[in-house]
Design a protein around this ligand. Structure first.
Ligand SMILES: Nc1ncnc2c1ncn2[C@@H]1O[C@H](COP(=O)(O)OP(=O)(O)OP(=O)(O)O)[C@@H](O)[C@H]1O
Ligand SMILES: [Mg+2]
Length: 352
């Protein structure tokens, strides 16, 4: 039930943000999905969490800014984030050639590729033999940037092909898939004036293709400086958040000034610190499955008290009693999500 309370709180926040009119259909469907999910008790709670997380991306206004993006950077970020899922299932092959920059948002684009890579990995998991995922990048005849994610997994049945981009269409068991990955990905690609297409054969594999027009903004930009940049990374920042997209967003926001390490759980972060890694500043999510931010902080205080003193917590809202009490003791150490990346830069620069 604690999970449900958490999801409901997040959901309230999300609905308030989405009420601006961003996606009524998604919200209606969400209500249906939510009803089903609640009736499925614990698994339902996990599913709600997943749904909320997917929809939360609609609300991340500070990630909506568009700029010329190098698609290879977005692909590499997605590959990094999915490395753990891919590792035991498939061999990853990259075939990257020159492609124009596109007008978009790198975090959102990497979210598209992350969804495609996770789907590919999941399609392979039930297949005997050698799993293969091939990621390609290039330019098509129109001069658009084209990325493909190919897998030699189960393939998609003909009767499902027309439905895979529908919100909540999934063939995965409850708790594994919500069916939002491709609908969100399609939404992102279409909003950038691009195309997303699929080709699949059962028992042979699947290829998703994302094509985006070349950047207009890049043509108006002054040429990049030829001198060496005057800022070299100064501080060491650790981000602890089970949502890899948060780590990726922070990394992009401060990478020019700080060296950023991302851990997706408290135990993973503790392992780094116990192995001797030291950070000038640690940004930590509060609600993480397994070990919460507060539990992480308590362990850290035992393992490396100096490191516990440089933690700032990131939170959507403070709703559990213990979190409230904790926040009362450490009022300066909280950052509200979704946070403004400029504000984040200010906080990190000041602490390092
Ligand atoms: N590479 C693929 N190989 C085989 N089937 C796929 C592939 N990608 C997508 N599908 C099919 O499309 C459906 C919808 O995919 P989508 O990413 O939208 O949702 P999901 O993966 O089921 O759940 P979620 O992404 O929310 O975790 C999947 O359930 C699966 O049946
Ligand atoms: Mg998916």
């Amino acid at each position: 039930m604690a999970n449900l309370g958490y999801a409901a709180e997040e959901l309230r926040e999300l609905v308030a943000l989405a009420r601006g009119g961003s996606d009524r259909v998604a919200l209606e469907r969400l209500a249906t999905g939510l009803g089903e999910a609640i009736s499925e008790s614990h698994q339902g709670a996990e599913r709600v969490r997943h749904i909320v997380r997917g929809l939360k991306t609609f609300a991340r206004t500070d990630e909506d800014k568009r700029a010329p993006v190098n698609m290879q950077d977005a692909l590499e970020a997605a590959i990094d984030m999915s490395a753990h899922e891919l590792k035991h299932r498939a061999r990853l092959v990259r075939e990257m050639s020159a492609a124009p920059r596109v007008d978009g948002n790198e975090v959102r684009l990497s979210q598209v590729f992350l969804n495609l890579l996770l789907n590919a990995a999941q399609a392979i998991s039930g297949i005997a033999g050698d799993g293969l995922i091939r990621v390609t990048l290039g330019t098509d005849a129109r001069g658009w940037a084209v990325a493909e994610v190919h897998d030699n997994g189960a393939g998609i049945a003909g009767e499902h092909l027309s439905r895979i981009f529908d919100p909540f269409f999934t063939t995965k068991p409850v708790g594994v898939g919500t069916g939002l990955g491709l609908s969100i990905s399609q939404g992102i690609v279409l909003s950038l004036g691009g195309e997303i297409a699929v080709e699949s054969e059962v028992g042979v594999g699947t290829t998703f293709r994302v094509a985006l027009p070349p950047s207009i903004a890049a043509q108006a930009e002054p040429p990049p400086p030829t001198t060496t940049p005057d800022h070299v990374p100064q501080g060491r920042l650790l981000v602890v958040d089970d949502d890899p997209l948060v780590g990726a967003a922070v990394r992009r926001a401060v990478a020019r000034r700080h060296r950023v390490t991302v851990a997706t759980s408290g135990p993973e972060a503790l392992e780094l610190i116990r192995a001797g890694a030291r950070f000038d500043h640690i940004l930590c999510d509060v609600m993480m499955p397994g070990m919460t931010g507060m539990e992480f902080h308590a362990e850290l205080a035992r393992a490396a008290p100096g490191q516990a003193a440089v933690v700032t917590f990131m939170t959507g809202s403070i709703f559990t009693e213990s979190a409230h009490e904790f926040a009362g003791h450490h009022p300066e150490a909280w950052l509200e999500k979704p946070f403004d990346l400029e504000k984040l830069r200010g906080i990190v620069d000041a602490k390092v």
